[in-house]
Design a protein around this ligand. Sequence first.
Ligand SMILES: [Zn+2]
Length: 460
Amino acid sequence: MDDWKTPMTQRVLRHFLLAVTSLFLVAGAQAQSLIRDTEIEHTLREWTDPILEVAGLDPDNVGLYIINDPSLNAFVANGQNIHIHTGLIIAAETPDQIKGVIGHETCHIACGHTVSRSQAARVSSRPALVSIGLGVLAIAAGAGDAGAALIASSQQFAALNFFRHTRAEEAMADQAAVSYLAELGESPRGLVEFFENYRYQEVLSDARRYPYFRAHPLASDRIRTTRQLAEETGLMDVEPDEKTVHEFDMMQAKLIGFLQPPTQVFRKYPTTDTSKPARYARAVAYMQAADTNQAIAEIDSLIEEEPDNPYFHELKGDILFDSGRIADAVPSHQRSVELMPNQPLLEIRYAQTLTARGDEGDFALAENSLRSALLVEPGNAFAWRQLAIVMDRQGRTAEAQLATAESAYYIGDYAQANSFAGRARNDLDSGTPLYRRASDILAITDPRLPENRDFYRGRP
Ligand SMILES: [Zn+2]
């Protein structure tokens, strides 16, 4: 794990991430990397929350996670948590198809389906490998701290499980998805289309199927029944509103820009295409290809049209930071935070840029920004790691050690958490809140506790 702290270039880091992932897969553990992105999370939440509400669930109690995996999959795991693969988002042809799948998964939670563990997916007790994807990843690499890119709020992701539902539950979930969407006045066509597009999966052997269709076998009668129910709603021809379609196009463009090789991105979004999604995807791809001028030209053209779009400023900040223009990146990230306050990921990026610039007053601003982010996401290991750097740069060693302990704790590195909490406590005044926190971390990461055995396995 210590190797992760070696400075690396962005592309090497990317490669490294993939290498680590496949290594984990070979080892038989469940390696999944979680993608964090304010824009994409917002879009998906906006689409999901009304469905959850119609299903009688409280959106605040349902987690939504995006997994960087090109295969087609969506599933409920670890209680009330919906997980969606980037592969499914990219493969979808319309927002309705994604909403249909979300509706289906929502029923698995709302309908109280009991689940049995699939034998194919044994779960490692160690936390899953988690990366902050997209822009934050680029920034982390620019800061020369590759380790930070691999950590995020990973606690809830730790015991990821894959489940297989019964046929009756599947039928019920299809039916529920149709009725949730109908109740919202939206078309259930997407769900039917999604099934029909992948009808061919039915004839493939289990091993060759997308994971989604392994867990959700697509029998012809299932597709037929869903289509019939969908048609009965009379809403099949209701088109998604323009805003939703735009969000969908931008989300796909961003994911493709970040996750696919630039040559592929330019093929999909050639320069002759001057639509917003195409320019967005190209801005990211140019950044990935280290063509800073082109990247800035594309993003500037978008900012000119939408000066108040926080995500455009966020990306511009990333592009500048990535190309080493740290001081120029600060105002862009500052603007994104002003336009959209209290967004942890935007605040963390802003803080990271300030820390890298390191001018008079920057550390104080960075600290404020990180503390604000941690109020919303107390388990964000990446933010703790950044806070440790800010403390360290100001010579506040004990606080830096404590923040390092927090960061290690939230990625499940109990040995490191224990060691840093111990060091921090030695230098802190007893009775202070920080001292108590260091003591708490020491206690919960104690190697002698039987429940901690897994976290220390394989360590000297
Ligand atoms: Zn299902």
